[in-house]
Design a protein around this ligand. Structure first.
Ligand SMILES: NC(=O)c1ccc[n+]([C@@H]2O[C@H](COP(=O)([O-])OP(=O)(O)OC[C@H]3O[C@@H](n4cnc5c(N)ncnc54)[C@H](OP(=O)(O)O)[C@@H]3O)[C@@H](O)[C@H]2O)c1
Length: 309
């Protein structure tokens, strides 16, 4: 899948497969990024919040030293919620850590403001232990700053992450630049079809995160995934990745394990019967109220996701 691409609303190409770096531990992530990029991955997804961009940068640098060209790798970073009123400062910090002078895509990581003057750079807390969040903050304000950093050339495109249909409907009427991407948790146990449909209508490309259900890959044992994998004689991971290709989305797979990084480059073409089985599974979970969202930090903010409302 490493040679497949989609086209963004900016006209730029974005790879169909991306390499995830969340929760990739220090001491592991540089080698993982170097291995992935040296072995065909052409998109690396990172974020200030992950606390490992310096090592991601080392991995990129090592791959570039082997002859991979900077312009052939699509690098993604995200502004963290404590920087949502200081977007350029956040981007500058990420660029410095990565050792790059631009990223290909910069995203609003989550649409909320955590106290920029709080007791921690990334996760400020109140004296009672709750997260220190500025509750009356209006998220389109961050988008105005994203539009301003786009003009600096320090990022080639701007987009959002974790935006529900409700939040997009608040943002789009006031946006001068339509986001190029919405990066959301997406897999058959959380299809988020209402967001996917709105994004398709507005020309916003979906990047699907946590395709395996995040840490430990809890979706590998889901019944329809196992059945379809057996039918195609492949591993469940292949089916979970192929699902996004069939939906026209970029998918981000994280691993720090060489043989898994290699295996995750494989996809199969799912047929109509497979797609129906996966959609039936999603519909059943929706009807039963059993959708599974694996990544939902305890912000205590109403983001407008139907499964959390
Ligand atoms: N925008 C956001 O808010 C947001 C949120 C979450 C994630 N993301 C992005 O999306 C990326 C992917 O999501 P994720 O990290 O949550 O989880 P994921 O990619 O769904 O799953 C990662 C887990 O699956 C394991 N794994 C990977 N390939 C495997 C294979 N072929 N066979 C068996 N196990 C395998 C990994 O183990 P090992 O690493 O130990 O091999 C790890 O435990 C992130 O890294 C990040 O870049 C963005």
């Amino acid at each position: 899948m490493t040679d497949r691409t989609f086209t963004l609303n900016t006209g730029a190409k974005i790879p169909a497969l991306g390499f995830g770096t969340w929760q990739s531990a220090p001491g592991e992530v540089a080698a993982a990024v170097e291995y992935a990029v040296s072995n065909g991955y052409r998109l690396v997804d990172g974020a200030y919040c992950y606390g490992n961009e310096q090592e991601v940068g080392q991995g990129l640098k090592a791959a570039f030293a082997k002859g991979i060209k900077r312009e052939d790798v699509f690098v993604v970073s995200k502004v963290w919620a404590t920087y949502n009123t200081r977007v350029e400062e956040g981007l500058d910090k990420s660029l410095k850590s990565l050792g790059l002078d631009y990223v290909d895509l910069f995203l609003v990581h989550w649409p909320l403001l955590m106290n920029p003057n709080g007791n921690d750079d990334r996760f400020p807390k109140l004296p009672n232990g709750e997260r220190d969040i500025i509750r009356d903050y209006q998220h389109p304000e961050t988008w105005r700053q994203m539009e301003a950093v786009l003009a600096t050339g320090k990022t080639k495109a701007i987009g959002v992450s974790n935006y529900s249909k409700k939040y997009l409907e608040e943002l789009l009427p006031v946006a001068k630049v339509v986001p190029a991407v919405n990066q959301i948790e997406n897999h058959p146990a959380l299809p988020q079809q209402e967001i996917v449909d709105l994004c398709r209508e507005k020309g916003i490309h979906i990047m699907a995160y946590s395709p395996f259900g995040s840490t430990g890959g809890p979706l590998f044992t889901a019944e329809p995934i196992v059945e379809i994998a057996a039918k195609h004689n492949v591993k469940p991971a292949t089916i979970l990745l192929s699902y996004h290709l069939a939906r026209g989305a970029t998918v981000l797979a994280k691993s720090v394990t060489a043989d898994r990084i290699e295996a995750n480059k494989t996809v199969v073409d799912l047929d109509a019967e497979d797609i129906k089985k996966l959609n039936d599974y999603s519909d059943k979970l929706t009807k039963e109220g059993k959708l599974q969202r694996f990544v939902y930090p305890p912000f205590g903010v109403e983001f407008g996701f139907p499964d959390k409302s």
